[in-house]
Write a protein that binds this ligand. Structure first.
Ligand SMILES: NC(=O)c1ccc[n+]([C@@H]2O[C@H](COP(=O)([O-])OP(=O)(O)OC[C@H]3O[C@@H](n4cnc5c(N)ncnc54)[C@H](OP(=O)(O)O)[C@@H]3O)[C@@H](O)[C@H]2O)c1
Length: 358
């Protein structure tokens, strides 16, 4: 895999990602079908998820109480982010941050600083609502939490369904998660209904592999416009990115700073902030390692949704449009890839996505 200075292409084993950097407005990602999305979004998966992941055996009632994020804080972060230039917010039903995201956006609309159509909101369907007829009610519930009439993009969060019902982490009497074998093709029909009803403008996927995406493409009425996947310097996901580009599907990198593990309290393992290559490139461009990691994805044609609960970092993370990484540095960053995945759960589920190569 290498970056070609003359064509501005990243050559992968299978495909070429044509960046045509001189022609592309890097602040937006688009499809040929007319979908357009701001490439830097504010991630809103707050530290509350730690309770979800680390204490999966906690009874539902207790769990719910423990996992609420501080939505007043989320709303303030969203207002700050809008002031700093963010126009895209990434949330999900399971993050519990929809109320804060919606409040922040509505406040800025009410104060006349932005219009709804200036803002792009992504939310996601959780695993306990994968039945065809469960999808529309689930999005309606998200819209109620957000206090909005529609979202711009609605994603299936994971292909791996749980038993349908109000419990977001259903378990049997011995504490085993209750999977459902609901085919995501049936879930997709419900997603399409959300578009028909005007509840979302576009639909897409998260954490799907290429074969799963291809199954949807082969049968869908409305195409997915976006795939949200884990991507950072230690997990370039190049083959899947190239696959999406070849099917006119945009890609959003989640955990673009490799931050997923920190939220879970882990301190072991590689960190892009301590990486000597990334640090050297940061010094060369007089930028921070975070800015290098984010700009790297943008130049690969991949959108990013860094999360921070600190205003100065939110500012730092969108200050990535005033420099360009040269081809040698793009190649050095591509070479950081070590296929290091932070977020992989439920590997025994029949639709677990990461057994495939890409
Ligand atoms: N689709 C999915 O399955 C999925 C899964 C995971 C995440 N996501 C989305 O992706 C978003 C981002 O992922 P993430 O939260 O896992 O990880 P991330 O954005 O890669 O990293 C977040 C971590 O980096 C720190 N940070 C942020 N900006 C920084 C900077 N400039 N310098 C140093 N540290 C910085 C944050 O700490 P502070 O808050 O203290 O600044 C936080 O600990 C989520 O919020 C969510 O919206 C989606």
């Amino acid at each position: 895999m290498c970056y070609d200075i003359n064509t501005h292409c990243i050559h992968t084993e299978r495909l070429i990602i044509n960046l045509k950097m001189a022609d592309v407005d890097i602040a937006w990602t688009t499809t040929e079908s007319g979908f357009k999305m701001p490439t830097v979004a504010l991630g809103t998966l707050m530290e509350n998820i730690k309770a979800l992941i680390k204490k999966p055996t906690v009874a539902l009632g207790t769990l719910m109480e423990n996992i609420e994020p501080d939505n007043a804080q989320v709303a303030q972060l969203v207002r700050d982010a809008i002031d700093l230039g963010y126009r895209h917010f990434d949330t999900a039903q399971i993050y519990r941050s929809e109320p804060g995201v919606g409040k922040g956006i509505r406040d800025k609309i009410e104060s006349g600083d932005v219009k709804r159509e200036d803002i792009f909101v992504t939310t996601k369907l959780w695993r306990n609502a994968h039945g065809t007829d469960d999808v529309v009610p689930s999005l309606r519930s998200s819209l109620q939490e957000l206090g909005l009439d529609y979202v711009d993009l609605f994603l299936i969060h994971w292909p791996t369904a749980f038993q349908s019902g109000p419990n977001q982490f259903p378990k049997d009497e011995v504490g085993k998660f209750q999977y459902a074998s609901i085919d995501y093709l049936d879930t997709w029909k419900g997603m399409e209904s959300c578009v028909d009803l005007g509840l979302t403008k576009y639909i897409g996927l998260s954490n799907y592999n290429s074969k799963q995406i291809q199954r949807i493409l082969d049968t869908c009425r409305i195409k997915p416009v976006n795939l949200q996947i884990e991507v950072h310097p230690y997990l370039s996901n190049s083959k899947l990115v190239a696959f999406c580009k070849s099917h006119d599907i945009t890609v959003m990198a989640y955990s673009p700073l490799g931050g997923f593990k920190w939220r879970n309290g882990e301190t072991e393992g590689p960190s892009i902030f301590n990486d000597s290559t990334i640090q050297a490139i940061a010094r060369k461009y007089e930028k921070s390692p975070a800015q290098i990691a984010l700009r790297f994805q943008l130049q690969r044609g991949v959108a990013v949704c860094p999360k921070s609960s600190k205003k100065h970092r939110i500012a730092e993370n969108i200050n990535v449009f005033d420099f360009t990484l040269g081809p040698e540095d793009m190649n050095r960053l591509l070479a950081c890839d070590r296929n290091y995945r932070l977020n992989a759960e439920f590997p025994d589920h029949p639709f677990y996505p990461f057994h495939e190569n890409f």
